[in-house]
Ligand binder design. Structure first.
Ligand SMILES: C[S@@+](CC[C@H](N)C(=O)[O-])C[C@H]1O[C@@H](n2cnc3c(N)ncnc32)[C@H](O)[C@@H]1O
Length: 324
């Protein structure tokens, strides 16, 4: 399966706990030192922020961004013991430069981003991310802004729905599902996860029920990615994050979805592969100096033990780089 997202079919039973992924691997690559200023672009339940706080003790500062107020609440309780060293900010990491400027921060030493949705969001029966719970189709990470999945399903054209399902879900039956959604919404608005799952199951037919993943998995994932603009804006956010790094600073990014993984890889390669000088020159003479040095030529994946303990980690991939 090319499309690898943190998705509900990976976990048979609901649980509200979010287990942070690839923490030792990320921390090895980041090599955080005491007193450093760090930035976590995706706070979630605070697992990676906590690791940054521990490694930068006794006086390092860790800024942590999330757009989900519930994540800020939960992580706020968990990280309260770190006092003023943990600074949690509500916002979109696509605005990271403005968010940091508002804090008076011009440079940071370490950045981590653990992209996508958290288990707390996926497993919350009221937020409509999952077909495993019957709920209103919301799917917004920030419940106070943007269009809900219910609104998108009511308003998008058939061709727009096809594009979303194909591009963000790599759903082979994108066109047929989009057509069914448009036909069904004429009869009655599509408001709930179970109704949408039923429409998709009907299109996929009885054979799809024998597949390893639920027939609606890709549809739900595609809508979630679209609703939260998980792919649009990621490239610029990564470039802004690299700009914010101090020379010698490091960035580590964990992704799950093939589209976001492709963006991370291409931005890192682009910034690390600029110099056209012949090998061995003491200084760059071509004027295209490399901005990054890759710390991972190949993406790092979770080991068997982590996958056994946390099946949702199985599609995670980690890349890291150092600013020159
Ligand atoms: C995979 S979870 C992070 C988990 C975290 N590393 C931990 O250890 O608990 C991703 C988090 O990023 C947040 N998020 C996703 N996209 C975001 C964005 N564009 N701006 C801010 N937060 C975002 C989500 O709300 C979610 O809480």
């Amino acid at each position: 399966m090319a499309c690898t997202a943190r998705s509900e079919e990976n976990m048979p039973t609901p649980h509200a706990e979010h287990l942070p992924v690839l923490v030792p691997e990320t921390m090895d690559l980041l090599a955080v030192e005491p007193g450093m200023t760090c930035l976590d672009l995706t706070l979630g339940a605070g697992g990676h922020s906590r690791a940054l706080l521990e490694a930068s003790a006794p006086d390092g500062i860790v800024y942590s961004i999330d757009r989900d107020p519930r994540a800020l609440e939960i992580a706020g309780e968990r990280l309260a013991g770190y006092g003023d060293r943990s600074r949690r900010l509500r916002g979109n990491y696509q605005d990271l430069l403005a968010l940091m400027q508002a804090q008076g921060v011009e440079r940071v030493d370490r950045i981590v981003a653990d992209l996508g949705v958290s288990s707390m969001q996926l497993d919350d029966p009221e937020r409509g991310f999952s077909f495993r719970h019957d709920a209103r189709l919301d799917m917004r990470m920030d419940p106070d802004s943007g269009q809900s999945a219910e609104e998108l399903l009511a308003e998008a054209s058939e061709s727009e729905l096809t594009r979303i399902l194909r591009d963000y879900g790599e759903e082979k039956r994108a066109r047929a599902i989009a057509r069914a959604i448009v036909a069904e919404r004429e009869r009655e608005p599509i408001r709930t996860t179970s109704r949408l799952a039923g429409i998709v199951e009907e299109v996929q037919g009885p054979r799809a029920r024998m597949y390893r993943i639920h027939p609606a998995t890709r549809t739900f994932m595609a809508l979630r990615v679209a609703i939260n603009s998980e792919v649009d804006g990621l490239e610029q956010a990564l470039r802004d994050a690299v700009d914010l790094l101090a020379p010698g600073g490091r960035i580590a990014v964990i992704g799950f979805h093939s589209l976001e993984l492709r963006i991370v890889k291409s931005v890192f390669r682009d910034l690390a592969d600029r110099c056209r000088c012949p090998p061995g020159l003491p200084v760059c003479g071509c004027g295209n100096e490399d901005v990054l040095r890759l710390l991972t030529r190949r993406a790092v994946k979770p080991g068997e033990a982590e996958i056994a303990a946390n099946p949702r980690s199985r599609s995670a991939m980690l890349r890291a780089a150092e600013k020159r």
